[in-house]
Write a protein that binds this ligand. Structure first.
Ligand SMILES: [Fe+2]
Ligand SMILES: [Fe+2]
Length: 139
């Protein structure tokens, strides 16, 4: 078989775009579940060690989620990647500040609620959805 007979390699590699977008959707649902669990844990005064673990898992999950989204945007040549990254960065900064406050003994219930209102009601619904629509329309 000649080289020119081979299928060109997808730039999405072994992880096709449709799978990436489906994973992004699933991760959004997981992030919102994590918010519910965290608010319940804080409201019901779970041990601080338990809440600290939940917050650190959330931070790690958020990091992987942002990396998946941004790498998918790069692969799609998304023209609004820069502004999207800024929103991720702002969320990350606030999440890090929240963790520092919690680790210092502070009450972060309202911070968690506000952070997720912004994530759920602004970022996921508007910015992430705009990207998903873009990716589905051009690829
Ligand atoms: Fe997202
Ligand atoms: Fe995003």
């Amino acid at each position: 078989m000649a080289l020119e007979d081979c299928e060109p390699l997808s730039r999405f590699g072994d992880f096709p775009l449709a799978d990436r977008l489906a994973k992004i959707d699933r991760e959004h649902a997981m992030l919102l579940s994590m918010q519910d669990m965290l608010l319940t844990a804080l409201n019901q005064h779970f041990r601080r060690k338990t809440v600290a673990k939940m917050l650190h898992i959330l931070k790690l999950y958020t990091k992987f989620h942002f990396e998946l989204e941004e790498s998918t945007m790069v692969l799609c040549d998304y023209d609004r990647l820069g502004e999207h990254r800024c929103e991720h960065h702002a969320f990350w900064t606030d999440l890090t500040a929240l963790l520092t406050k919690f680790d210092g003994g502070g009450d972060v219930y309202d911070d968690v609620r506000k952070l997720f209102v912004r994530l759920a009601h602004h970022h996921i619904r508007n910015s992430d959805e705009a990207f998903i629509q873009f990716a589905r329309s051009v690829h």
